[in-house]
Each structure stands twice: as C-alpha cells, then as structure tokens.
Ligand binder design. Sequence first.
Ligand code: GLV
Ligand code: MN
Ligand code: MN
Length: 420
Amino acid sequence: MNYNDQLYTSFIKQKIDALEKMTDQDNPYTRIVFSKKFYEARSWLKNEYQKLGLEVSTDDAGNLIGLLNSKTDTDKIVIIGSHIDTVPSGGRYDGIAGVVAALCVVKHIKENDINLPFNLAVYDYLGEELNDWSISCIGTRGMIGALNKDILFRGNSSGEILKDEIDKIGGNSKLLTKPFTIIKNIVACLELHIEQGKVLEQKKIDIGVVRSIPSISRFSVEINGQAGHSGTILMDQRADALVTSSEIITFVNELALRLSKESNQHFVSTIGKINVHPNAAAIIPGKVEMTIDLRASSKSSREQYITELEKQINKMNQSGPCKIEMKNIAFAPYVEMDKELIKLFKESSDDYGFSNIIMDSGAGHDTAHLSRVAPASMIFVPCKDGLSHCPEEYAEISDISKGTSVLFKMVEKLASLNQN
Ligand code: GLV
Ligand code: MN
Ligand code: MN
C-alpha cells in the first residue's frame, strides 16, 4: 500500500471531513455516545461498511462491526477498531482517525482482491469516551465481560439507564456477564490513534508503537454542607460545600504532583467535572459532586495516592463542617501490549522507512481492555501541539496515512504468519 497514493489520502480526508459535520452545531466537536448526532454517525458508518461490501452487524455490547470474510473457511479474526464518539467540545481525530484508517485498510484489501487467512473486522467500539454514566469503553468492557450490574443499571443525569441505551442501539445487555466467544478466535486487535501528547511531534517521529497503557481509576466525591442565605449566615457559621471541595481539589493536585515525581512513571490526576448545587450567586453552596480521574502506571503509587486521599477525607470529615463521601466508580488496570505484536508493528514501520519509537500511552484506549483477553497492540501518529479533547485537535492527513499503511503492513505480516 502506497501511503502517498492520493486514492488513500483523499479517502481519509473525505471521511474525516464527513464525520466532522456530525456534531452538535453550537458546540463543535460534540458527538456524545447515544446522542442524536452519534446515531447519525453510526448510520453513516453503516453505509460506509456497506459501500465497501462488508457484512454489517452490531454485537451484544453495541459495537458496530463491518466484517470482511476470508475466502478460506476459518473462525480466526483480526480486529481493527477505534471509536467515533467524542467528549464534549472534543476533536475531529481522537478515535475517528483509527476507524477511518481501518476503513482505508479494508478498501485497499478489497480493491486488490487480497485474500486473508482470517476474517478481518472493522469495529466502532461503543462509547469509548467517559460519559454521563461515569464509564468509558462500554463496548470493549462489554466484550470482555467487565460490565457488571452496578454499571449496567446506572442512570445518567436525565435518569436514562445505561443498559436500556445499549439495548436500543442494538446490543443485548442481558448477555454481557461473561467474555464473548469471539475472543478465543482473535489473532490480533489493532488500533491506530493520534498520540494526544507531544512526544512524536517534538522528536519528529512518524510512528509511536505503544508498549503500555496506564491504569485509570475514577472516584465520585459528594460533599454535603448546608445551603443558606449568602447575606445573613456569618463566615464562621457556614458549611460551604464548595469551599470544602476546593480544599480537596488543591490536595489532589499537590498529592499527584508529589507522587508523579516520586514514581518516575506516568502518574496524573485531574478533577475536571464538578457540579455545584444550587449554583446560584446568592446562596451558600449546599452540595457539590465531583469526579476524580487518576492515571497511573505504578500500582504502588496508585495505592499510596488512594490511602493518602482517604486519610485526608477522614480527617476533613472529623474536623470540617461538611460530610464527604468518596466512591470508586470505575477502574481499568495497567496493561502492556502484546510483545510479538509490538515487534511486528515496529518491523511494519521499518519496512516503509518510517521513524518510530516504542512509547507508553498517557490516555486510555479500548485496546487496553481487549489486551486483557487477547493479543492486542496499537500505534500512535503525531498530532499538533499534543492537543486533544479540545476543538483545536489536529493531525496531518499525511501522518494518518503513514499510520494506515503500517496497519496494512501489519495485517499482511499477520497473514503470512497465519497461513495454514
Ligand atoms: C480517553 O479518551 C481517555 O480519557 O483517556
Ligand atoms: Mn480515543
Ligand atoms: Mn478521547
């Protein structure tokens, strides 16, 4: 596959441009899982699958699959997937580049009538981004049997239950209690993604071959104080939930800064979501809800963070005016990508003469979940200024095209390794 071929670069550009239009108009680029725009993008993708002659289906976890069947009778399967949902006011490439690259690989294989000794599937994994149900990677967690009742029966802020949304989109939430049978047939799960950081751009490297993905923990914190009149309750008589929250925010930031230095491995923590009640200028905040996001490659640093944070919250509960409750609402463990696939991805990149490095991911990905049950691996391509999860997110089509050709080369290598 010639990565410079205009046939491919214009295909990639055209598909990214098409998806970019499916956004909440006043809030680009927003295509939240299960929203109207998400459904619109899913029908668009279904149509793209059909145009490529793929067999279309939705699995029990709500993943949208386009399947290219091998001419050889086999159950073996290679999956190339990513996601088309976005965060609120997100970008045009996060996840999208990976799905479009997968379409492009299949286009090349179809047009050149290449027969593979395995079936090849393009996956749009359902709802990779963190959503209003406080869970990310719905589709891949579903595939590996990691969506428990607590998660499935959760309601969002409008009272919609997650399992009902999965069923509406074509999944079957009753069948998500154990890993899917397809898993035993997986030869490899592959994903192309923009880096979402600055390493490749700064080092002028074409391809990042991913070695590891950090653990992700999310905690909900509820702070209950007492709402009251902002003009009459004196300063030393208050139980202001927002003031107590600000102490937690500062504590979390300082703790993460210290542990990131001590750990020498990827360690970051963020409080990016906060709801203040009743959120009115003349009322003392009575209640605050917030979500803590923690990413750590080191298990001991992660445990230390949780111990110190719990200790601080206990202390504040004993001596402060508010009642604080913290709950663990989501967890994905630290994972390493399959070593053989890392080697093959590196060789695929070398074959094209692309510069490459082995690197660790800072973000979470669907491939992290799949790597717990099947051989899985991913590559990164550069993005401008490392920006992601914001409208400024940008990646050069030529860079995505290079990554796409590496994906194709990888499929070719897997094919020769899996000939009977
Ligand atoms: C995925 O986008 C993440 O939050 O890492
Ligand atoms: Mn992503
Ligand atoms: Mn993302």
